[in-house]
Each structure stands twice: as structure tokens, then as C-alpha cells.
Design a protein around this ligand. Sequence first.
Ligand code: SAM
Length: 201
Amino acid sequence: MIRIGGVLVSPGEGGVYGERMIGSYRVWDPRRSKLAALALLGSEIDLAPEMRVLYLGAANGTTVSHVADYVEVVYAVEFAPRPMQDLLEVCRRRRNIVPIMADAGRPERYAGIVEEVDLLYMDVAQPDQAGIALRNLRFLRKGGTLVLMLKTRSVDVTQSPQDVLEETVRTLTAGGLSIRETRWLEPYHRDHAAIVCEAIK
Ligand code: SAM
């Protein structure tokens, strides 16, 4: 991913959410995007032109639009009508985003649209985040990467964030993933951890 003077950017047309521009590059704000936070906090996660991405929890397309600036195609899944309207606006100006209005917990509903992907990215803030990730592994190629943005308070407010993270890691490992990295997203996002895994089967 490209940085200009320590600022994370993506190469694309601006005006998606009032983001600042540096020349022809869009400033990618870590407070608006957990993926930007993860990158700026030192993760080795990267995006490349030949990559295909399945993105669960696309919302209004803020992060999706930056990812699309870097990769070949983004399949963007969102189930709420209001953010989907905004996402469709973003799609009008970017030809490599495929919007899919569906529940990420029911991947069979979009199995006929999505091809095999290199990166499965998930930001859905649901109680069963690990389960949803595992159900979508069918789309991830062997050796591909899962990035799960875990909102611990959506899983269980009574457990400590660290315990929720550890339990989620155990579930993902039992589901056939190899954990590459876990990272709390402070100071940008409170009680959120990124879990980066590799699909080993
Ligand atoms: N990833 C977005 C970004 O960085 O721009 C923000 C995502 S927001 C935290 C979570 C989104 O996930 C919401 O728009 C919500 O409607 C969506 N969502 C939650 N559960 C979902 C599900 N089961 N299927 C599809 N979308 C879901």
C-alpha cells in the first residue's frame, strides 16, 4: 500500500466521503477505516492489482472504495438497505466493485456470483463473527488471507475483549486457519482487534 510522508493513500478518483487528496491520491483515514488502521499500526497486510477480494460488511463503501483502488475486483456484501444505497453510488464511479445485497451469514445466496478470492475481508459486528467467517471460507483460495475485524463488544459484552479475541482465535484455528497476526486497533478503534489468518486447506 502506498504512503506519502507517512500518510496512507490509495490511487483513485476522490469525492467518495469527503476524503482529502494529495495530488491524485486519496488519503485513507485510519479513524474511518479499520483496514487503514491495521496497515498504519505495522501489519504486513498488502493489496495488489491482481487480487480478488470478498468484502463482508461493505456499509457505505468507505473502505471498499480504497480497496478497489488497489485490486482487480471487490465483491462487496451488505445487508442493510440504507448503506447499500450509498454503496451503489460508489459503484457507479468504480467499475471493479460488485455490490451484493445479502446476509453474509448465508453465503449460499451469493455462491453463484462470487469467484475464488485471494482475500476475504470481514467487518460485520455480529455476535457470530467467527462462524460467519468460516462459512465464507468456501470462496477463499488455499493460501489466501482472511482479515477479520473483530468487534469484541458485539460478541459478548460480559467477557473481557482479550478473552473474546482468544476464543475467536481458537474457533478460527479449529476451522482450518493458521493465525498470522492479531492486533488491537487502538488508538483508532476501541475494543476492536484485527485477526489475520491464512487458509491452509
Ligand atoms: N467495513 C465498513 C467500512 O470500513 O467502511 C464498515 C462496516 S460497519 C462496521 C458494519 C456493516 O456490516 C454495517 O453496514 C452492517 O449493516 C453490515 N452487516 C452486519 N451484519 C451483516 C451481515 N450478516 N451481512 C451483511 N452485512 C452485515
